[in-house]
Ligand binder design. Structure first.
Ligand SMILES: C[S@@+](CC[C@H](N)C(=O)[O-])C[C@H]1O[C@@H](n2cnc3c(N)ncnc32)[C@H](O)[C@@H]1O
Length: 380
């Protein structure tokens, strides 16, 4: 490795490892995404065809519009508090909030009562959100904790999948945390002198045994299990807020229901293709599947009620995405109509985002199931 001052995230991470020892997957992920200078989200706008990935609000305006109408409906169920905080966690380009506010303008009292708060750590994306939401008074925050107290509606689309996870692996000696070390067998890339990394297991620690959910203790040797204390902390905070003030939250992400599962879901996405997760920290998006049961449980620990998760496709259909698509098509050209159909299919088809993505609702105790979650078996 070069002795020169770090000029990339890989150098910075290698120096951290030399000083402190191998990093947890969570520490590596937090640096790869959020390092103030080199972090993936801090440097660039990664969305769209020329970026690394596309999210539901970027696929179609219908997504944000229905999220906005869900907020209007939830606000009415809460008795129309005024003012109230309309919060988005990880708002990307601000597209979801823009579409949500446009749809919500159908109910002027909602728009007048809403105080918009965006929880966003990336200065690059904050600037982008400012452009998208020009004319809308917005307060930005680094953390949900910083949003003032009061009645609150929260939207979080593809936010939790970016929060750090820890991984533990079963060996014939028990559970050990997976860590990331400098690859000393291949410590430099000759052409660029860039450090390379590899997974190792903690040597003597007890973190693995502490982290493993009891239900998975007897999983077979070789199993990898993920936990996200960072996600659970945010979910608990949402739960505490909804217990203290009237409100509701919508968590939309890709992930699994039914409790902790065995499987390594950490993935890197670059230019719309999967990339090796350790190869280019800061250059690729790093995400992991969301454990919805863990998020719901943490929010309930905080005092909220949870509903779902339901499949994104089912939820959007219940909220009326098909009639909305038909309405948009009435004033569309043939090309636009075809685009609307293909966006609709992307959002709801089971072989596209329809079942991989799920929607979880959290609500103040006693509010009852929010729109799209009315079926009694969706409460927990
Ligand atoms: C995958 S993008 C999703 C963007 C948007 N919700 C959408 O659907 O297009 C993740 C967003 O979360 C932000 N983010 C990631 N980690 C964060 C953190 N710890 N706190 C606040 N925002 C974070 C990113 O900067 C980005 O805006």
């Amino acid at each position: 490795m070069s002795d020169a001052a770090p000029d990339s995230l890989a150098h910075h991470l290698a120096r951290r490892i030399l000083m402190d020892g191998p990093l947890s997957v969570a520490a590596f992920m937090a640096e790869a995404l959020g390092h103030p200078r080199f972090g993936y989200y801090m440097r660039q706008d990664p969305f769209g065809v020329s970026g690394d990935f596309t999210t539901a609000p970027e696929i179609s305006q219908m997504f944000g519009e229905l999220a906005g109408l869900w907020c209007v409906d939830s606000w009415a169920r809460l008795g129309g508090p005024a003012p109230f905080h309309l919060v988005e966690l990880g708002p990307g380009r601000g597209t979801l909030m823009q579409d949500a506010l446009r749809a919500a303008a159908l109910v002027p009292a909602f728009r007048e009562a809403a105080r918009v708060h965006l929880v966003e750590t990336s200065p690059t994306l904050r600037a982008r959100q400012k452009d998208t939401l020009a004319g809308v008074p917005v307060a930005w925050h680094d953390r949900l904790e910083d949003v003032p107290e009061g009645p609150t509606l929260i939207l979080a689309n593809e936010f939790f999948d970016a929060l750090p996870i820890r991984q533990v692996q079963k060996t014939n000696h028990g559970w050990f945390e997976r860590l990331i070390d400098i690859d000393s067998t291949e410590s430099t890339d000759e052409s660029t002198d860039t450090p390379r990394f590899r997974f190792v297991l903690e040597a003597f620690g007890s973190a693995g045994a502490r982290l493993i959910p009891p239900a998975l203790r007897d999983a077979p040797e070789g199993s990898v299990v993920e936990v996200s204390p960072a996600s659970q902390a945010v979910a608990r905070l949402i739960g505490e807020r909804l217990a203290a003030h009237p409100g509701a939250a919508l968590v939309i992400d890709y992930g699994y229901r039914g409790g902790p599962a065995v499987g390594d879901t950490l993935q890197a996405l670059r230019r719309h293709a999967y990339a090796p997760v350790l190869d280019a920290p800061g250059e690729a998006d790093l995400t992991a599947h969301v454990d919805f049961a863990a998020i719901a449980a943490a929010a309930r620990d905080g005092g909220a009620e949870s509903f779902g998760p339901v499949d994104q496709g089912d939820w959007l259909v219940r909220l009326g995405i098909q009639p909305r698509a038909a309405a948009l098509k009435r004033s569309a050209t043939a090309k636009q109509a075809a685009d609307i159909d293909s966006a609709l299919a992307r959002l709801i088809a089971p072989d596209q985002m329809g079942t991989l993505f799920k929607v979880l609702a959290l609500a103040s105790p006693g509010l009852g199931p929010p729109a799209g979650f009315e079926s009694p078996d969706l409460a927990s």
